[in-house]
Write a new protein. Structure first.
Length: 132
């Protein structure tokens, strides 16, 4: 949690700069296709095409306003911050899911204990099926 707190400014920098491409690749496919089967493929294709164009626009804008060396450093910081933002988002989801699981375990929730019991039974059946 302390590492996540220390990386929060980098995470914010990445979120600010990647909000437009994220919205474009997540919202536009829903307007183009109605089939959920094609949504992830179209979303990935839009991101693969649009992200280099977006980085090019950012780099050219920074290069014309400042200098090309500053534009290079700026682009590297934006790309690195995007990677950190992605990893932080994943770490946050893992942390919150583990937190919820620990809270269910502490409350002795019957649904949680039943789900854990069924999960253990399923794994036992899978391993006995594979060994036969």
């Amino acid at each position: 949690a302390l590492l996540m707190l220390c990386a929060l400014p980098i995470h914010a920098w990445g979120l600010i700069h990647h909000k437009i491409p994220y919205l474009l690749s997540s919202k536009l496919p829903h307007k183009i296709v109605n089939d959920d089967l094609w949504f992830s493929s179209l979303s990935f294709s839009i991101a693969v095409v649009f992200m280099p164009i977006y980085y090019l626009i950012l780099g050219l804008t920074a290069g014309f306003i400042f200098s090309w060396s500053i534009a290079g450093v700026y682009l590297l910081s934006v790309i690195g911050a995007g990677w950190v933002a992605l990893k932080m988002r994943h770490a946050w989801r893992v942390w919150t899911s583990r937190w919820r699981a620990s809270q269910y375990a502490l409350r002795k929730d019957p649904k949680y204990s039943r789900a854990k019991e069924l999960s253990n039974q399923l794994f036992e059946r899978m391993f006995t099926f594979q060994s036969n």
